[in-house]
Write a protein that binds this ligand. Structure first.
Ligand code: M1P
Length: 248
């Protein structure tokens, strides 16, 4: 095995880039990524927490084979399996503002009529708050159903508009990154947050993601001047574009 080049680093989003949304990585893709890791330094930049990223990437051991794992956009950052930094939205916002925000969100979601609702409408993470109108404990079938319903009825877009109107001064950014939820986090705590951990050590930083248009959770890092952004349409497309880049 040759050692990976230290000149470039390849950063990968998870959902829609390495895996289908919220699904586990396919064996063929996992095998491909192992060969990519032996040719270039690689990192993962996901909106989810580490446990969920690991669930999708074949377990914790497999996930920590990536030298850099940036969970929650890098607000929880690992280098060679060691926790390097962790941000707290709780400390940043303070209890009062947090409760106003959570109470408003729960009230807004309580008034929504949807094809189905389950549980866990607010998931509090270290660096962000995830709001989920259908409830995170929904089945895969209800997840897919909500995604279709949301495309037509713009449930999340309207929710974000209401949040922006209600809380213009909280300094929060809202991102519709996945299929069923909204991530809310302090402005600047998007995926570009992770770049501070690597920008001095690599000549070029390539980023591969599928939600690279404005409003998508890959947009900021994709368009950041410190990265070379690649828009992919699926894990198969990621394979193709990475193979071309590294001439594998
Ligand atoms: O793709 C990243 C997103 O994945 C999940 O989104 P959803 O459950 O809506 O499909 C969440 O973990 C979200 O926080 C994350 O940004």
């Amino acid at each position: 095995m040759c050692s990976p080049s230290q000149d470039i680093i390849l950063l990968f989003d998870v959902d829609g880039t390495l895996t289908a949304p919220r699904k586990a990585i396919e064996p063929k893709m996992a095998e491909f990524m192992a060969s990519v890791r032996s040719n270039a330094t690689c990192g993962i930049v996901g909106g989810s927490d580490l446990a969920k990223i690991a669930e999708q990437l074949g377990g914790m051991e497999e996930t920590l084979k990536y030298p850099f794992v940036f969970a929650e956009n890098g607000l929880v950052a690992y280098h060679h399996g060691q926790l390097k930094a962790k941000q707290s939205i709780e400390a940043h916002m303070g209890e009062k503002a947090l409760q106003q925000f959570i109470n408003f969100s729960l009230d807004y979601m309580a008034k929504l009529e949807l094809p189905a609702k389950r549980g866990t409408f607010v998931e509090f993470r270290s660096g962000l708050i995830n709001l989920c109108p259908v409830g995170r404990s929904c089945s895969q079938e209800l997840r897919d159903q909500f995604a279709v319903y949301d495309k037509e009825h713009k449930v999340r877009e309207k929710f974000v508009a209401a949040l922006r109107e209600k809380f213009p001064d909280l300094g929060l950014t809202f991102s519709i990154g996945g299929q069923i939820s909204i991530d809310a986090f302090p402005t600047g705590w998007d995926k570009t947050y992770c770049l501070q951990f690597i920008e001095k050590d690599f000549k070029s930083i390539h980023f591969f993601g599928d939600k690279t248009s404005p409003g998508g959770n890959d947009y900021e890092i994709f368009s950041d001047p410190r990265t070379i952004g690649h828009t992919v349409s699926s894990p198969a497309d990621t394979r193709l574009q990475v193979s071309q880049l590294l001439q594998l």
